[in-house]
Design a protein around this ligand. Sequence first.
Ligand code: SAH
Length: 244
Amino acid sequence: MTNLLPEMAEIWQQTLNWKPTVQQQRQFQRLYELILEGNRQLNLTRITDPQEFWEKHLWDSLRGIAPLLSANFSPASPTLIDIGTGAGFPGVPVAITLPNCTITLVDSTRKKITFLDNILTELALTNAKTLVSRAEEIGQHSQHRLAYDIALIRAVGAASVCAEYTLPLLKQGGLAIIYRGNWTEDETTVLEKAVSELGGVIELIEKFTTPLSDSIRHCLYVRKVANTPANFPRAVGVPSQKPL
Ligand code: SAH
C-alpha cells in the first residue's frame, strides 16, 4: 500500500515518553490521507512524503505539548486554542492525542476551516471545534478573551506577533506555546519586551532537533502572569504591520 504513515513507536516513546494507541494511529493515517486528498484542491502543505509528514506535522505538533503529555499535568481537562491552524497543525494531532482536552481551531481562511470541519467529522473528533476568525477579533471578544488554559501557534508570524495574538486569549496563569524553527538570543531580548507589555513572561525556551532529519526547532513557552491591557490585540493587521 502506498502512502502508509510509519508508526515510529520507539521514537515516540524515546522522545516524548508516549506512543499512539491503535485508534490514534488510525486517526493519524486517516488525517494524512485526507490532507493528501485536500491538497489537490487547496494549497494545504508542501509536506506530503509519509516520513516527512510524520516528522514535520505529527511529531513536531506533539513535541510542543510535551509538558502536557505527562500524566501529572493540571488542569486535567484543559481548554486549548490553536491560532492560524491552517490544515490543522498543531491542533488536530493535539486533539487526537489529548482526548480530555477541548480545542478550538481558528483560521482566517474559510476554505481551510471548511476542510477542517470535514476532517473533524471523518476522524470523529468531538473534542475539537472550528472558527473562522482573526486572532485580533477573538482577542477582543468576551467569549474568547481570558478563556483558555493553553494557546498554540505555529508558523503564523514573528514571535512578538504570535504573543499579541495569543496572550489576550489566556486565563491568568495560562500558557502560550509558540513553535519556531531557528531562534537567537537577540530575538529573545525583543520578545521579552513585547511579552512584558502583554502581561506575560518567557518561562522556557526549548531547543531540539527533529528525530528523522535533525532539523532545528525551538518552542517558546510564555506564561500569562498579569492582565493584558485592553488595547491588545490591536486592530486587524496592526500587530503584523507594527510588531511590538
Ligand atoms: N499552523 C499551521 C498553518 C500555518 S500557515 C501550520 O503550522 O502548518 C498560517 C495560517 O495562519 C494561515 O492558514 C492563515 O490563514 C492563518 N492566519 C494568518 N494570520 C491570521 C490571523 N491574524 N488570525 C487567524 N488566522 C491567521
